[in-house]
Design a protein around this ligand. Structure first.
Ligand code: GLC
Length: 524
């Protein structure tokens, strides 16, 4: 079951953002400059010297479909900001804006040993984190467990039992005989939309990211989780149920006090930020001190579920229609890693079947027809192909799909990947801009994590450019100058962030702040 166990001492500083590009040719650099970094001009046809007219026409059409110009970005951002407000109102809106009962930033002086469980989209991770006496430092031991695909659409009991087994195995490995162990406090990163009336409870609003397990939506997940722990005698007490974005926000703020927003651009896409209780009308009935902070898990993946402003393509409509939750997560389905490869695949199949050009004519595309067979790393690989003749992309298509693309088809493939990746990055910037504007943050840091942010080529640069366009920043005098709002690689939210939130919650209970605590006995 276990893949590997690593023991590290991680540095206190956020890891620098890196991309793994290979040596880039002159021509490639020129290509990237032409296509990737220009402020996007709508419906611009690339100068593809060798591409025949009919394919050029297809490329032009794709450019029209997928390009989002500055004016549109601004329009999306305006609506986004209004929707953030709506989510905090009593009536509510599409964006859930879930209060999380995380009621302060860390100081950097938190201490103690905590467990963290991360139930993300792909893996299950268990960590033991020690927040040391030294400011903003920590030690971490972690094990990753595969999240079997069948669990994502299986039975609820099986899910909780599997999680409890992983936790037990972790404790046995690192603590030996668990029967003698005092109950350890745990931060559980459950990265799905949950209504939290308490920090130690969460009613699943709906599954996202392709999960579809019956009997969990509409229920508090904590008792289900705790029942599985109790059945196995796993010595753990839950201190906080956490969203990965909130964890990212808190973990990043632990080492950098300029961090104001935490984002995930991974399998899913979402953000959290710190609001004042007085600005959350839907909590007014609780009479919380108005200037007390409250982290809000936006669940912004649900932005524009009513399809008012996002320029959806026919491919986005298909993705939604064929997903386990049609009508949900409209924004996420255009951005997140789970969907980028699928959008690309749908474009390719459509150009083979339905257009006059018939790309990959007379070839067997049965492998390409398999839904969700291409993930976002496939697009990353295409965008990273350093060769002018796109030989790596050629090999990728041959090896993975048994398709032999012509050179002009390779150009179209490359351009399609760029368009999809660029659109995702530019749309992401709308969310960051909307929160920044709402909070009047003219300068701040945004901590971002997730496979798309960390691994997708140019995602960061494309997002930064879009942010500049939306917020009308003047041109830089020096390219090395920092942007007023910078999206930076975050600290480990679902490990260190979860531990910090457990520590902050235990501390505030000790100080007598019992707001949003369901089981005070767990905090003794
Ligand atoms: C999905 C989830 C959200 C999570 C995000 C990133 O949008 O609904 O809770 O934060 O994915 O993992």
């Amino acid at each position: 079951m276990r893949n590997h166990t690593r023991t590290h001492r991680l540095s206190q500083r956020a890891a620098p953002f890196t991309t793994t590009t290979k040596a880039t040719s002159q021509a490639e650099r020129a290509r990237r400059l032409r296509y990737n970094f220009q402020p996007v001009l709508t419906c611009l046809v690339g100068s593809f010297a060798d591409v025949p007219q009919d394919l050029l026409k297809e490329i032009q059409e794709l450019e029209c479909l997928f390009t989002i110009d500055t004016a549109k970005l601004k329009q999306i951002t305006n609506r986004f900001q209004a929707e953030l407000d709506k989510g905090l109102s009593v009536e509510g809106g599409s964006i859930p804006m879930n209060p999380t009962w995380v009621m302060s930033f860390p100081t950097g002086y938190e201490t103690g040993t905590y467990l963290a469980l991360d139930m993300g989209g792909t893996n299950l991770r268990v960590c033991q984190i020690t927040l040391t006496e030294q400011k903003s430092e920590f030690d971490i031991i972690q094990s990753k467990y595969r999240m079997p695909e069948e669990l994502k659409t299986g039975e609820a009991d099986e899910l909780w039992e599997y999680i409890a087994d992983c936790l037990m195995q972790f404790l046995e490995t690192h603590h030996g005989d668990t029967s003698k162990l005092e109950k350890l406090p745990l931060g559980f990163t459950f990265s799905y939309p949950a209504t939290q009336n308490y920090v130690d409870a969460g009613i699943l609003q709906r599954w996202t990211k392709g999960f579809d397990i019956a009997g969990v939506e509409g229920h508090n997940v904590v008792p289900m989780f705790e029942a599985a722990l109790a059945a196995r005698g796993v010595p753990i007490k839950l201190a906080a149920l956490i969203n990965d974005t909130t964890g990212t926000l808190i973990a990043s703020a632990y080492t950098d006090t300029k961090m104001k927003i935490g984002c995930i651009f991974g399998t899913g896409c979402n953000a959290a930020y710190m609001e004042d209780c007085g600005s959350i009308p839907k909590l007014a009935h609780l009479n919380l001190p108005p200037d007390t902070p409250m982290a809000i898990n936006c669940e912004w993946g649900a932005f524009d579920n009513e399809h008012q402003v996002l320029p959806r393509t026919p491919y986005d409509i298909t993705i939604d229609k064929d997903s386990p939750r049609p009508g949900q997560q409209a924004f996420e389905k255009m951005i997140a890693g789970l969907y980028l490869g699928e959008i690309f695949r749908l474009v390719m199949v459509d150009l083979h079947d339905n257009h006059e050009t018939h790309i990959f004519a007379n070839q067997d595309i049965s492998k390409l027809r398999k839904a969700y067979s291409l993930d976002s790393s496939f697009l990353s690989a295409i965008e990273e192909d350093p060769y002018e003749n796109l030989s790596e992309t050629f090999e990728l298509f041959q090896n993975k799909l048994d398709i032999t693309p012509s050179l002009p088809e390779l150009e179209l493939i490359r351009r399609t990947a760029e368009l999809i990746g660029t659109r995702a990055a530019r749309l992401s910037a709308c969310g960051v801009a909307a929160i920044s504007r709402k909070k009047s943050y003219n300068t701040c840091h945004v901590g971002a994590d997730g496979s798309v942010f960390n691994k997708y080529p140019n995602f960061k640069a494309r997002g930064a450019l879009a942010l500049r366009e939306i917020l009308d920043w003047p041109e830089k005098n020096d390219p090395k100058e920092d942007d007023p709002i910078e999206i930076l690689a975050a600290e480990d939210g679902s490990g260190v962030g979860a531990a910090l939130i457990a520590a902050l919650t235990l501390q505030r209970v000790k100080n007598g702040n019992m707001h949003g605590i369901l089981h005070p006995e767990n905090y003794q």
